[in-house]
Design a protein around this ligand. Structure first.
Ligand code: SF4
Ligand code: SF4
Length: 92
């Protein structure tokens, strides 16, 4: 039986792979609780991210990877923003 699946477009690209470092072990695929990736049909290649918009940036996929820097998270701008207190000028 064959199934087909296509990536669902999203402006966020939460998961980046380094194809030169990834060994295609699929540990990241298996640990993801929201199943945004599937194994690459080509053995030894990085997984395919099908549902990038579903990632909630828990970081489990990065932590479980046995190859340093083979996978990294790219947080959206809203997650990178740091809010700092604004000091209002003192009234005379
Ligand atoms: S950060 Fe979490 S939710 Fe996103 S792909 Fe990795 S394991 Fe899945
Ligand atoms: S866990 Fe790391 S090495 Fe294994 S498939 Fe994912 S990115 Fe590649």
């Amino acid at each position: 039986m064959h199934f087909t699946a296509s990536p669902v477009p999203c402006s966020a690209r939460p998961i980046q792979f380094d194809a030169g470092l990834c060994i295609g072990c699929n540990r990241c695929v298996n640990i993801c609780q929201v199943d945004i990736m599937i194994p690459n049909p080509e053995k030894g290649r990085p997984p395919v991210v099908l549902y990038p918009g579903e990632c909630y940036y828990c970081g489990c996929c990065v932590m479980v990877c046995p190859r340093e820097n083979a996978i990294r998270l790219e947080h959206p701008i809203m997650n990178q923003a740091r809010f700092v207190p604004v000091h209002q000028p003192q009234e005379a």
